[in-house]
Ligand binder design. Structure first.
Ligand code: GLU
Length: 419
């Protein structure tokens, strides 16, 4: 089953429970617009390589399309369609007035020089320029894209338009229209939601052990936030492997060691482990099955599947990645009583602060870090409450409930517009 088919299956489950208008369901079952572009780059060695890129616009019933751009060697159209669909749901769950879109370029950016990466980013923006803009479709960072790339993209679009249009992409550096708090927003939003979940379960962060899969923007930020909030982080990983420290580890030291050595698997040394000799290097697959209370999935999709879901020991899964749990795994986890805090709620802090960034760019008036946090926490807590209440009302999982909340708002908007 493709990732997009998984997404549609998740939507259908919720649609059945809430009795969604079948026209609305049909409308949301395929993206409104799909663009495929070629992205030629003059390489440093004098050759020209032509990369393939996509932009998918899933639904703009509630506002302009919004969603990241992924630079990854394995990205494909089915994946981008799935990610765009989740963006529609995500924006709706947190109640921000945006739709869903997503982009991708098939490339391993780690193999490009800085100049090649800049040309790729600018050429991709020129290719999709007719379809984007602050009122049309607003890209952002995703896997292997970052604020520096967003600055090039905002600059390229502004030059084409012959005016400053910094709100064309979000996740920019602070020096060119970025927002306070955007860099950490995905992790911060996840922390706020997890805190609410623990309150409901009557549990304290200090009693919880945590394993974090993935050490990119979301994984690395959530690791030190968890440490500061009193959780005990016992495992971390990156694409090369995992480090499991039964007695706990120090996330900040693990982050700086990863920066220095390139992977956490080289980091099982004093200074990172909390007591003596408690760390061992294991695989990413093994990490998902170790003893812990909270498993944070912040790597890629399809990590917890029908093959390993039964072995997950955590009682809570926090999905900071998009689509890390397959529908088959969801069934197994439901039977085991594992609480899965779904991606479209758990990682929505990122797009929420992207929305704040867009608003600030359009007004050309900027907020303090405190103002950003105040607004983010309010939105995340309200979204958690809506999802949690809906789950109880329908005896549904949190994923089903999050889709129900999102679909209700989409249904209302689409019917009001006469779609
Ligand atoms: N790529 C992020 C996501 O999947 C952020 C999207 C955005 O900020 O527009 O939610």
């Amino acid at each position: 089953m493709s990732l997009f088919e998984n997404t549609i299956r998740q939507m259908r489950n919720a649609a059945q429970i809430m009795k969604l208008d079948p026209h609305v369901e049909a409308h949301l079952s395929s993206p409104q617009r799909i663009l495929e572009v070629s992205v030629p780059v003059h390489m440093d060695n004098g050759s020209v390589r032509v990369f393939k890129g996509f932009r998918v616009q899933h639904c703009n019933a509630r506002g302009p399309y919004k969603g990241g751009i992924r630079f990854h060697p394995q990205v494909d159209m089915e994946e981008v369609k799935a990610l765009a669909t989740w963006m529609t749901m995500k924006c709706s769950v947190v109640g921000i007035p945006l739709g869903g879109g997503k982009g991708g370029v098939i490339v391993d950016p780690r193999e490009l020089s800085e100049r090649e990466l800049e040309q790729l980013s600018r050429t991709y923006i020129r290719a999709i320029e007719p379809l984007i803009g602050p009122e049309k479709d607003v890209p952002a960072p995703d896997v292997y894209t970052n604020p520096k790339i967003m600055a090039w993209m905002a600059d390229e679009y502004s030059m084409l338009q012959r005016r400053n249009k910094l709100g064309v992409v979000t996740g920019k550096p602070l020096s060119v229209g970025g927002s306070e708090g955007r860099g950490e927003a995905t992790s911060q939003g996840g922390m706020y939601v997890l805190e609410e979940a623990l309150k409901e379960l009557g549990k304290n962060p200090s009693e919880m052990t945590v394993v974090i899969q993935g050490f990119g923007n979301a994984g690395a930020n959530v690791a030190h936030m968890m440490e500061d909030a009193g959780y005990k982080v016992v495992g971390v990983s990156d694409s090369k492997g995992a480090l499991y420290c039964k007695e706990g580890l120090h996330p900040r030291e693990a982050i700086s060691c990863k920066m220095e050595k390139g992977t956490v698997t080289e980091c099982s040394v004093a200074g990172i482990q909390k007591t003596g000799d408690c760390c061992k290097v294991i695989t990413n697959e093994e990490l998902l099955e170790v003893e812990c209370d909270v498993l944070v999935l912040s790597a890629l999709e399809n990590q917890v599947t029908k093959d390993n879901a039964a072995n997950v020991k955590a009682s809570i899964i926090l999905e900071l990645a998009n689509g890390p749990t397959t529908p088959e795994a969801d069934e197994i986890l439901r039977e085991k009583g594992v609480m899965v805090i779904p991606d479209i709620l758990a990682n929505a802090g990122g797009v929420t602060v992207s929305y704040f960034e867009l608003v600030q760019n359009e007004a050309n008036f900027y907020w303090s870090a405190e103002e950003v946090q105040e607004r983010l926490i309010r939105i995340m807590v309200e979204a958690w409450q809506a999802v949690s209440e809906t789950a109880k009302k329908h005896n549904a999982t949190l994923r089903e409930a999050a889709f129900i909340v999102a679909l209700k708002r989409l249904e209302e908007a689409m019917l009001a517009r006469g779609w």
